[in-house]
Design a protein around this ligand. Structure first.
Ligand SMILES: [Zn+2]
Length: 112
C-alpha cells in the first residue's frame, strides 16, 4: 500500500507498469496508469506512450457514486496527515540533536 501510494504523485495520474498482454494499434506496448482525479480516484487505465496515438482504455470498472464521493476526501486527509507526520519527524530529530548537545554541555560543565 505504501509503495503504491509513494508512487502516486500529487498530480492527475501515475504510471505503474506496462501492458504485456496486448499490443496496440500502433504496435507499441500500452502503459498502465492510475488516475488520481476526483471523479476516478485510483482507477487504472491503459494508454499508448506514442504521443500521436490517442489510444485510451479503462482497466477498472467505474466506481459507485459513494466511493467517488468519499475516496478523494480520504486521500486529501491522508496526504495532510503524512505531511504533518513528516514535519513532526523533522521537529523530533531537531529536538534529539538539541538534547544530545545539552547533555554534552552539561557533561563538559561537570568535568571542568
Ligand atoms: Zn499507440
Amino acid at each position: 500500500m505504501r509503495n503504491n501510494r509513494s508512487l502516486r504523485n500529487q498530480g492527475r495520474w501515475n504510471t505503474s507498469g506496462v501492458d504485456e498482454m496486448f499490443g496496440n494499434v500502433c504496435g507499441r506496448r500500452r502503459l498502465i496508469h492510475t488516475a488520481w482525479i476526483d471523479t476516478n480516484p485510483g482507477r487504472r487505465f491503459l494508454s499508448c506512450p506514442n504521443s500521436g496515438c490517442n489510444h485510451f482504455t479503462w482497466i477498472d470498472l467505474p466506481m459507485c457514486d459513494r466511493a467517488v464521493q468519499i475516496i478523494p476526501g480520504l486521500l486529501k486527509k491522508l496526504n495532510k496527515m503524512e505531511a504533518q507526520l513528516k514535519r513532526r519527524t523533522g521537529r523530533e530529530r531537531k529536538l534529539w540533536i538539541c538534547l544530545v548537545l545539552l547533555w554534552l554541555v552539561v557533561g563538559i560543565w561537570f568535568v571542568l
